[in-house]
Write a protein that binds this ligand. Structure first.
Ligand code: SAM
Length: 331
């Protein structure tokens, strides 16, 4: 008889996510880093219910995020590196963003039935100050941590002016400005987002060469002239027609010989995998009305229509899961 175990595991997989996210929300790993603790001691530190804390600690230990010795718990190396506030590789805000999105997945069937996102995406992009700050700082920490690999494959030697379209926190512009002293960059994003980007770029010491300007690609036409452009993590919000419109908009301001990098989660050309990209595309579907992941083949064709020729494709492995397309402006 066929074993149904994979189905049971899939149906219960969110238990793991909820356990991790609850612990991050409670600052559990940060407080545990202060010293080994019994469940009662940690509950006292956290101000939580001792019996429920005991259950949560058992769950976290089973997931190998904490370890038990002599009735006391400590963080494992994984938790100590990524889940303690103040550590250089702290991932808390990025994981909490997944926690914010988590209730939307419960309504995936409604999204599929009705074709619409259940919550207006603007809540994350300016309308709700707390969610927007969480989202923008989540992107910043991701770009500084695992996402740094993306900046490392973007070669801008000799380039002087970068348009960072949908640049979010501005972290990639700032990293690229740090790596290329002759480069100035303009982060173009929605007003509520660029307000936070300015403070992030300033904190990275390149506020004089990285400017942040309000820009809505649904409404605004790009102006000026650039010899480089970056569209990172943006096109997964959009259906093909809008992607083509964005590429045409960018083509208008990138001079011949200029370079365009697109970095994003991308589907294989047959559009049935990999699993992370397929799930990410669904995540974008519950979040943003038009969310979709695109394949390299699709984008190569759209780039050609816009006057760009693809010169290189780099696939970055987990945990980044991004593919970086490099294209040159031909006409
Ligand atoms: C996933 S984030 C990527 C941010 C950044 N490029 C990065 O890779 O870290 C997508 C960005 O697209 C921006 N965005 C969404 N809709 C937009 C629009 N209509 N016009 C301009 N930017 C938009 C969002 O505000 C957000 O900063």
């Amino acid at each position: 008889m066929m074993n149904p175990a994979p189905l049971i595991e899939m149906a219960c997989a969110y238990w793991h996510s909820a356990t991790l996210i609850a612990a991050v929300r409670l600052d559990l790993f940060t407080r545990l880093a202060e010293g080994p603790a019994t469940p009662a001691e940690l509950a006292a530190r956290l101000g939580t219910d001792p019996v429920a804390t005991d259950a949560l600690l058992t769950g976290l230990a089973s997931l190998q995020l904490i370890a038990k010795a002599d009735d006391r718990f400590t963080n494992t190396a994984l938790a100590d590196t990524f889940l303690v506030a103040g550590r250089p590789a702290f991932l808390g805000p990025a994981l909490l963003y997944n926690g914010d999105v988590y209730p939307l997945w419960a309504d995936l069937h409604t999204v599929v039935r009705e074709g619409d996102a259940t919550r207006a995406p603007d809540q994350y992009l300016g309308d709700d100050a707390d969610r927007t700050r969480n989202f923008v700082y989540g992107m910043h920490h991701r770009a500084l941590g695992v996402g740094r690999a993306v900046a490392q494959v973007i070669r801008l030697d000799g380039r002087r002016r970068l348009a960072d379209v949908g640049g979010g926190p501005g972290t990639y512009s700032a990293l690229l400005a740090q790596a290329n002293p002759e480069l100035s960059a303009e982060v173009l994003d929605l007003p509520g987002v660029v307000a936070i980007a300015r403070e992030i770029v300033g904190s990275m010491g390149v506020g004089d060469r990285v400017t942040c300007s309000p820009f809505d690609y649904y409404r605004d036409t790009l102006a000026g002239q650039y010899d480089a452009a970056l569209i990172s993590g943006v096109l997964h919000r959009e259906q093909p027609a809008q992607v083509q419109a964005i590429l045409a908009n960018v083509a208008r301001v990138v001079e011949p010989g200029g370079v365009l990098y697109i970095s994003d989660v991308m589907l294989d050309d047959d559009r049935v995998g990999p699993v992370f990209a397929a799930m990410f595309a669904l995540n974008m579907r519950v979040l943003a009305h038009d969310g979709r992941c695109h394949s390299v083949a699709e984008q190569t064709a759209w780039l050609a229509e816009a006057g760009f020729q693809v010169t290189d494709v780099v696939r970055l492995p987990a945990p980044i899961h991004y593919t970086v397309i490099r294209a040159e402006r031909t006409t």
